[in-house]
Write a protein that binds this ligand. Structure first.
Ligand code: MF3
Ligand code: CO
Ligand code: CO
Length: 261
């Protein structure tokens, strides 16, 4: 009956004051991504995106959580086309018309973490296939948010995402998942994007977590290049494109509220 069901410990339920702290961090995080949105363009390299994020943080008394996190060398993840996630900004990665790029940023403001990512289509347009992938990945986040109900289970989220994804025969990445956030960068619960209804942790008002589905056009599997000096960037095994959107959310008595706006 209770198989696979987990109850959150008290520390995973944030106080109103803590939630307001995460919300303030989320405002800065949104500011970072909005600034990237204003400036991103064909011909730009991803190191320039890192520079924009660093400058915005400096101006808003925020710390970029990714910088030096477990050896990650930059302040932001920039994942182009077949890069699933954790792409490292570099001058040699120049954005081209039609590329689809995920920019994933985590702010620390007064010790509170907010984590969000968006997709950007570079230039005027991309292929209809990539456009659909970007759209469906966003729908997966939205459908996941709707499926997250107070006193429901984390697995309800992945169940809803899987149902939507199946219609398109896309691959849902299972090697990485959403996570508790707010007081730490990565915390319980694990938010699987491919799961069974009624499994995982009970969702209680005050819990703060991300949903961040990574949706692949083809195979759900990924790999890390052996020659990658940092060993962070995840690439799809068939090198077909991947898309991801992420929000930091707080559970309330009425459903989730987005803190990364
Ligand atoms: N922001 C990512 C997440 O959504 C984590 C990036 S860790 C890094 O959880 F080190 F690669 F930056
Ligand atoms: Co993130
Ligand atoms: Co995250």
């Amino acid at each position: 009956e209770n198989k696979g069901k987990i109850v959150p410990t008290r520390d995973l339920i944030l106080t109103d004051e803590q939630i307001e702290g995460v919300r303030r961090s989320g405002v800065v995080n949104t500011g970072v991504l909005d600034e990237v949105a204003r400036q991103i363009h064909p011909g730009m390299n991803t190191q320039e995106i890192d520079d924009i994020c660093m400058q915005y943080c400096k101006d808003h008394n925020a710390i970029p959580a990714c910088l030096n996190y477990e050896g990650f060398p930059k302040s932001v993840c920039t994942s182009i086309n077949e890069v699933v996630c954790h792409g490292i900004p570099k001058e040699s990665d120049v954005l081209e018309e039609g590329d689809i790029v995920n920019v994933d940023f985590t702010t620390i403001v007064d010790g509170y973490y907010a984590d969000a990512s968006r997709m950007f289509i570079i230039g005027e347009k991309t292929t209809p296939e990539k456009e659909q992938l970007v759209r469906v990945a966003k729908e997966c986040l939205e459908i996941g948010m709707e499926a997250a109900k107070p006193y429901g289970f984390v697995g309800d989220i992945g169940h809803a995402i899987k149902k939507h994804c199946k219609k398109y025969h896309y691959g849902i990445v299972t090697d990485l998942c959403g996570h508790g956030v707010g007081l730490k960068f990565h915390e319980e619960p694990e938010v699987l994007h491919d799961a069974y209804r009624g499994t995982g942790m009970l969702l209680v008002p005050g819990m703060v977590f991300t949903i961040e589905p990574m949706i692949n056009m083809g195979s759900p599997k990924g790999f890390i290049d052996e020659d990658d000096e940092y060993g962070w960037e995840v690439i799809t095994e068939d090198e077909l494109p991947s898309a991801q959107w992420e929000h930091t959310l707080v559970m309330t008595e009425h459903g989730v509220e987005i803190l990364s706006y």
